[in-house]
Structures are given as C-alpha cells and as structure tokens.
Design a protein around this ligand. Structure first.
Ligand SMILES: Nc1ncnc2c1ncn2[C@@H]1O[C@H](COP(=O)(O)OP(=O)(O)OP(=O)(O)O)[C@@H](O)[C@H]1O
Ligand SMILES: [Mg+2]
Length: 398
C-alpha cells in the first residue's frame, strides 16, 4: 500500500459510519434533489465504510489478513478508497491532483453526479468475488489448523458475519444509487414500491399459499436470493430423504406468506427429514455443510480471483460450474440479508420429519441498516438516517 493510500485509509476509517433506513432510501431514490444530496453523502460514506473494512481485515487474528484471498480484498478495497478520493483531500498531503488521475470530485452538480454514478458502477462490478476470496482465506486457515479450527471457529464466524453485513450495506447503497439514476417503473432504485412476495416466491418454486395477499416496499433481489437458498435446501433434503429412483413421488415443499402489521412472514416447510437438534447450531456456522463433496475441495491451489469476474451476479454467491450446493454459506448469508433491514430468519425442525424456515421481513422500512458495531479505530457509529440529520456542508468534511 502506498504512503498516500495508507494515509487516506487511516483518515477515513477514523470517521463514523452513518446508517440509513429503507424508508429514507426509498424517498431519496424518487426525488432528484434528495438523490443528488445523497450522492454527496455517499461519496464520503463509502470511503468511510471501505476504509474501516480495510483496517479491520488488516488486524484480523491468525494472520488471516495476510492470506491469499483476504489480502486481495484488502487491496481491492484500498483501491476503491483511492478511486473515490477528492483532490482537496489529496492536496492536504501536498499531492498535486494532476498526479492522481483517479481523483473523484464531490458530486454536487448533475454532471458530476453522472460521472460519480459511472464510477460507482465500476466499483460495484469490481466488488465481485469477495465472498469467494474471503472464504478462500478462511479455507487456508482451516487447512492449517485442521481439527484445532473448532477452537477458533466462533471467533472467525463473528468476523465473517461482521464483514459480510458491512458488505451487504455497501453494495446496497452502491446499487441503489446506480439504479435510481434512471428508475424503472414502480421502483425507487433497487427497491420495488409494491413488492409482491408471492411473485418472487413463484420465480423460485411452485405451491405458494398466500393468506392475505398484499405488497410492501422491499428489495426483490434480496428476497429472491433468500428464498432460492431456502428452497434449494428444502428440495435437496426432500430428494435425499424420499427419492430412491428418478420417478419417485416427492412430498411438496410448502410456502406460506402472511402480511402482518409489522412484518411480512414467509414460512417454508418441507418433509426432508428435519435436522437433529444437536446439529441445529451448526447450520449457522460459515462453511458448515453436510454435502459430502464440497466445491471447496481441491480449489485452493488454483485460486485466482480477478475483480469483475461475476459482475452479472449481483449478490456474488460463490459459484462453480453446475454445483448447486455445498459451500455452506446459504443460510448464514441469507440470515444476514434478512437482518440487514430489521428482519430475521429462524429454523425449527421436526427431527425425523421435516424443517420449517421462518423468514421475517420488516414491512415498515423504518429499521436502520444493521451496521457492524464499532471498528477497532472507531469508537461510535451514528444510527440515524441522512434525512433526519441536519444537512452536511462539504466544508466540514476536511
Ligand atoms: N431444509 C433442510 N432440511 C434438512 N437439512 C437442512 C435444511 N436446510 C439446511 N439444512 C442443513 O444445513 C446445512 C447448511 O445449510 P446451508 O444452506 O447454509 O449450506 P449448504 O446448503 O450445505 O451449502 P450452500 O452454501 O450451497 O447453501 C446443510 O448442509 C444441511 O445439512
Ligand atoms: Mg444451502
């Protein structure tokens, strides 16, 4: 890392990150002026969030930050901080802007916002392969520690949860700003104003039961991801338990959607044999899977991550050829997506019969982003949205 990058990462990591509510983001995406102001906020906020992740990754235990994969993520994020830098910040350190072709001005005007949005598109696309890169670093540690890994697993899981939650937030803000540049009909950025969970669920599976049909404002992409992961698990369990030959009749996977005053709850029930009570805590561990052959095996040596590899996959799930399951990240990541805006995911199992997954989604949109707690260098985070805060003037930022 260059001297300037290190300086700028340290500077931004010490600032406080600010959470945003889904309701505010919806308003911001629909109002050109608010959106422009939000762009100005984002220009600073992204550098803070990226820089905090860099410092956090660098200070991970078990030399995780030095391992292939995680080291790449540190490099990419440092590069993004640098890419979003403003010339006034560089001038502070006596660097002439002309020497920094990547500097990005604060997007005060429509023209600058257009440039900024294009830059964000680039950052978003290059933000890919991160889950996979992080997981490879952890796989490296697992291979080194072998059975001793169980002693450090809880700590590593907490690190990954924290990191992925922060990443969900960053990608959400990036994508919302990009998409709200030209809103699609019925959308504010990536939020669908009248998101019908039944329509999303039908994209993933048949046999949906909707008690009181309705819609709410939500992120269809997140919902689709969570439902696909849960349905995939249910289908796999059902097939493994009931299918001896290819034309065996299989019990249906049921999906029940209920709109409450506060939550939209989706219950997915299968008859795939359930999960033993003793094994239940394991399913929330990163990289826990009961698949015999995992897609990780034999892949560490040829790990070559390259930014931009899977830009077409917005949620960046690790993928390899036709492998559908076995990474052991489906449930943990889905729960993080649910929790990101105040929802949750719970699993109840009738061991020997089947599994019920409850997906609770906050329909009011007032829950603040689930930002990770304070970083090592940052004592406190604001938990307010930009709409409720007094307007920030650029001069106070430097
Ligand atoms: N509906 C279910 N019925 C039975 N077991 C389940 C069910 N859902 C999850 N499990 C158990 O939980 C484990 C973890 O699930 P998770 O979705 O996180 O990972 P995975 O399916 O193994 O891999 P992937 O990352 O590809 O989803 C599964 O390997 C399986 O043993
Ligand atoms: Mg799964």
């Amino acid at each position: 890392m260059s001297w300037l990058s290190a300086r700028s990462v340290l500077y931004w990591a010490e600032q406080s990150a600010t959470g945003v509510t889904l309701r505010d983001l919806c308003q911001i995406g629909l109002d050109r002026n608010l959106r422009r102001e939000h762009g100005v906020f984002l220009h600073r906020e992204l550098r803070i969030r990226l820089a905090q992740r860099v410092l956090e990754l660098e200070s991970l235990p078990y030399r995780l930050g030095e391992r292939s994969g995680i080291r790449d993520v540190i490099e990419w994020y440092t590069g993004f901080v640098h890419l979003l830098e403003d010339k006034r910040f560089l001038l502070q350190f006596g660097v002439k802007p002309i020497q920094q072709p990547t500097e990005s001005p604060v997007p005060y005007t429509e023209e600058l916002d257009k440039e900024f949005t294009m830059l964000l598109t680039r950052v978003f696309e290059e933000h890919s392969e991160v889950i996979q890169a992080m997981a490879f670093g952890v796989q490296d540690l697992i291979a080194e520690l072998r059975e001793d890994y169980s002693h450090v697993q809880a700590e590593v899981d907490a690190i990954l949860r924290r990191f992925f939650t922060a990443r969900i937030g960053m990608r959400f803000l990036l994508q919302h700003h990009i998409e709200s540049f030209r809103n699609r009909e019925g959308h504010s950025g990536i939020l669908q104003l009248a998101c019908d969970p039944e329509v999303i669920a039908r994209k993933a599976v048949e046999g949906i039961h909707h008690t009181n049909p309705g819609t709410f404002t939500y992120v269809p992409m997140h919902l689709h991801y969570m439902l696909t992961e849960v349905f995939k698990n249910s289908c796999r369990a059902t097939v493994e338990r009931h299918a001896e030959s290819f034309d065996d009749p299989l019990p249906k996977v049921h999906c029940h959607i209920v709109h409450g005053d506060e939550d939209v709850t989706i219950r997915i029930s299968d008859e795939g044999g359930g999960i033993a009570r003793a094994a239940l805590p394991n399913i929330w561990k990163f990289m826990f899977t009961t698949m015999k052959k995992t897609p990780w095996s034999g892949r560490r040596d040829d790990f070559r991550t390259k930014p931009g590899d899977s830009a077409c996959n917005p949620l960046q799930r690790p993928k390899q050829g036709g492998v559908l399951a076995g990474f052991g990240v489906g449930l943990t990541l889905s729960r993080l997506y649910a929790q990101y805006f105040g929802g949750d995911m719970k699993i109840l199992s009738l061991d020997g019969f089947g599994t019920d997954v409850y997906l609770h989604l906050n329909r009011l949109g007032t829950a603040c982003e689930d930002l990770p707690q304070a970083t090592p260098t940052n004592e406190s985070h604001h938990e307010s949205s930009i709409i409720q805060r007094p307007r920030i003037r650029s001069t106070s930022w430097f």
